[in-house]
Each structure stands twice: as structure tokens, then as C-alpha cells.
Design a protein around this ligand. Structure first.
Ligand code: CMC
Length: 390
């Protein structure tokens, strides 16, 4: 039409203003509220990072305590919500359950659905951050035919998640601090990433005034795809398919012939090393060392792929570097988390990013419903033909 810019895939369009996260793709830098991700991953922790993303400032010690107390207070889900699970097949993908059950939160927490009421919004934010790990662990337990574990709030956010995943009545979960720290770091690294596909989905859904639980369910649906949050799962599947280091050259030929992608490589914004990948790589070594898995064949295979790709002109010319998901899957596997749960873990961690963006948007008095235009390429005007005459 000439009136609108044609930009499929939003390669050149800023859809909003935001104060939350900044990515310098050429330099390979990521900042949450101005703080470099390296500092937050190493010196802060996930809950403090959540506070920072939501409120814009790091908490004082008292604010941190109150925040943690409130988040942990909300970890239980309504007992009737647990009955939802019985309706699912045991072999359902955990993400299929996540989308449904998270959306269903709006049917239970009706006292936090008024998006124009700041107190409602605050409670909805707490509820989401608190209950998503509980729901995520329930998805896992259900697929395993195991009873659900109640949250154990004195363990702290991340250790409590591992407890809900793995504790049994005969064997309480004993948190290993190295492993808890590694998972907490995975959460921190995935907490936000500005206007990625799922966050944009949450914003678009929220722009119509939909309630926050429904918006987060929309984000989870978008995250599920293999080009986005499904990539860490795809990386492990790819490593399984390649099988051994001997098969790497043939696999790489296929990548260059574009029969398949090297999953865990490339990024829309980073045209340099993904800073999250560098931290995840370090964490990966720490975890495997702690567990005595340094000679793990999957890790060796991943390292061989990484080395070859980084030296190959196909990848150099296209500025394709490993992204965070290249390593996170190896860490999650070492923690005993099955591949089908990887994207769920990503969703858990990203919930705070989604809800921070949603809150930023809703709090803006100038908010407009998101309504992209199109370039129409269909038939010109024509007249209806009765079915007998076609
Ligand atoms: N393996 C092989 N070739 C690739 C890859 C890859 N992983 N990624 C991009 N390319 C090629 C692509 O074929 C294209 O080549 P050509 O110029 O010859 O046509 C060129 O590199 C540019 O790629 P693009 O598809 O135009 O880039 P994009 O910005 O549209 O896509 C991406 C970004 C992340 C979807 C893509 O790199 C990809 O599919 N990577 C694998 C999946 C993955 O690891 N995703 C996780 C992203 S990080 C976590 C998250 O934020 O969700």
C-alpha cells in the first residue's frame, strides 16, 4: 500500500519503548536494568534478579527478605488445580500441560485479574513467579506417574524446585549447593531477553487487556517452538542423532547443504558470542566436574561440534556462534532433568521477564492495542459463485 513499512519477522521494527533489558548484539553484551549479565549471574541470584527486572532497582536487604518471603508464601496451588492433571495423558509433552494449566490459573485467582488495579497486578506477578515452578514440577511428576510434592518453602526458590521435582517420601531431596547454584544460574541467564518472540507475544496478548495468566500462557505457547525455547531440547536430540564424534564431519556437510541446522548456534540479535553461552559453558564444566562426568560422551561430542563450527567459514561468514541453549541442555541433563522438561525450565525462568514486560506495558498510560498491518497478496475483488456453478 506504500503507507506501511513491510518488515516480515520484525527485522527492523521497534514495537515498543522499554527500560528493562538491553542487548548489544554486535558486542555480545546483555544488561538487565543496566547491570551486565556476567555480574548478575556470578554475584546475584535468580530471586534478586527477578526483583530487579520487575522493580528496576536491586533490593535492599529488607526488601529482598520481604520479596522472598512473599514469593515463597504463594508457592502452593489451589488443590482443585491439581485435578487438571488427571485429564492429561501420561505421555503428554510437559509443555502441553504447562500451556493449559498456566492459562487455567485465571479460573482460580480471580482476585488478581483486574489489570487496572495496581494491587491486583502486584499479586498476579507474585503468584506467577511463585506457582510456575510448582506447576512445572507437577508436569514432570505426572508424566513419571509420581505423586506431587508439596513445596518446601524454607529451601529457597531454586532448591525448592529441585525438591518438588525429585524428593520422594523415602528419600528427601538433599540440595547439592553446586547444582542448586548451576540451576539458579540457568534461571538468571534466561530471565529476560527483551522483545524476543514469546515476550512480544505476551505484550501483544496483554495489549488487548487480557489477564496476566492468559498472557503468560500465550508466551509459553510461543516459547515451545524449536527456533525459540525448544532449541535446548533440539540440541540434545541432535547430539543423540549424531551419536559420536566420528559422525561430526558428515553432519556438518548436511548443515552446509542446509538439510539441517546446527541447533544451539545462531541468534537473531547476537552476531558475536552470546554472553549467556560463555557463562553457561563455565557452569557446564563446574557441574560435570562436581558430578565426576568430565568424560561424558555427550559433552565431548558437543565440544567437538563447537570447535569445528567456530573454525568453519560457513559459520564465520554468517556470524553464527553458540547460543545459551547449546550448553544449558548438557547442564540440565547432568542435573537429572529429562529433555522433555528443558523448555519448561526455560518457561519457568522467563516468566519474570514476560510479566515485567507486561507490567511495563500496562503501566504506560499511552498503551495501544498491538495491531500489525499487512501487505495483501490475495485475489482482487470477485463475485460469489453458487456452489452448483463452480
Ligand atoms: N545452523 C546452520 N545454519 C544456520 C543456523 C544454524 N543454527 N542459524 C542460521 N543459519 C544460517 C541460515 O541458514 C542463513 O543462511 P543463508 O544466509 O545462507 O540463507 C544464515 O545463517 C542467517 O540465518 P537466519 O535464519 O536468517 O537468521 P535468523 O535471525 O532468522 O534466525 C535463529 C535466528 C536463532 C532462529 C537461527 O539461527 C536458528 O534457527 N538457530 C538454531 C535454533 C536455536 O539454537 N535457537 C535458539 C536461539 S537462542 C534461545 C532463544 O532466544 O530462544
Amino acid at each position: 500500500t506504500g503507507m506501511f513499512t513491510f518488515d516480515p519477522g520484525f527485522l527492523a521494527t521497534s514495537a515498543c519503548e522499554s527500560k528493562i533489558t538491553f542487548i548489544d548484539g554486535d558486542e555480545g553484551q546483555l544488561y538487565y536494568r543496566g547491570y551486565p549479565i556476567e555480574q548478575l549471574a556470578k554475584e546475584s541470584d535468580y530471586l534478586e534478579t527477578c526483583y530487579l527486572l520487575i522493580y528496576g532497582e536491586l533490593p535492599t536487604r529488607a526488601q529482598r527478605e520481604e520479596f522472598e518471603h512473599t514469593v515463597m508464601k504463594h508457592t502452593m496451588v489451589h488443590d482443585q488445580l491439581t485435578r487438571f492433571f488427571n485429564g492429561f495423558r501420561r505421555d503428554a509433552h510437559p509443555m502441553a500441560m504447562m500451556v493449559g494449566v498456566t492459562g487455567a490459573l485465571s479460573a482460580f485467582y480471580q482476585d488478581s485479574l483486574d489489570i487496572n488495579n495496581a494491587e491486583h497486578r502486584k499479586v498476579a506477578i507474585y503468584r506467577l513467579i511463585s506457582k510456575i515452578p510448582t506447576i512445572a514440577a507437577m508436569c514432570y511428576r505426572y508424566t513419571q506417574g509420581l505423586p506431587f510434592n508439596y513445596p518446601k518453602n524454607d529451601l529457597g526458590y531454586t532448591a525448592n524446585f529441585l525438591h518438588m521435582m525429585f524428593a520422594t517420601p523415602c528419600e528427601p531431596y538433599e540440595p547439592n549447593p553446586v547444582l542448586v547454584r548451576a540451576l539458579d544460574r540457568i534461571f538468571t541467564l534466561h530471565a529476560d531477553h527483551e522483545q524476543n518472540a514469546s515476550t512480544s507475544t505476551v505484550r501483544l496478548a496483554g495489549s488487548s487487556g487480557a489477564n496476566p495468566f492468559a498472557c503468560i500462557a500465550a508466551g509459553i505457547a510461543c516459547l515451545w517452538g524449536p527456533s525459540h525455547g525448544g532449541a535446548n531440547e533440539a540440541v540434545l536430540k541432535m547430539l543423540d542423532e549424531i551419536g559420536s564424534v566420528d559422525n561430526v564431519p558428515a553432519f556438518m556437510e548436511g548443515v552446509k547443504a542446509k538439510t539441517h541446522k546446527l541447533m544451539g548456534f545462531g541468534h537473531r540479535v547476537y552476531k558475536n558470542m552470546d554472553p549467556r553461552a560463555a557463562i553457561m559453558r563455565e557452569t557446564c564444566y563446574e557441574v560435570l566436574k562436581e558430578l565426576g562426568l568430565e568424560n561424558d560422551p555427550k559433552l565431548k561430542l558437543a565440544m567437538a561440534l563447537e570447535k569445528i563450527a567456530l573454525e568453519d567459514s560457513y559459520f564465520i561468514e554468517r556470524k553464527l556462534y553458540p547460543n545459551v541453549d547449546f550448553y544449558s541442555g548438557i547442564v540440565l541433563t547432568a542435573l537429572g532433568i529429562p529433555v522433555s522438561m528443558f523448555t519448561v525450565i526455560f518457561a519457568l525462568a522467563r516468566t519474570v521477564g514476560w510479566i515485567s514486560h507486561w507490567n511495563e506495558m500496562i503501566s504506560d498510560p499511552g498503551m495501544k492495542i498491538g495491531r500489525p498491518r499487512q501487505l495483501y497478496t490475495g485475489s482482487p475483488r470477485r463475485d460469489y459463485v453458487p456452489s452448483g456453478d463452480r
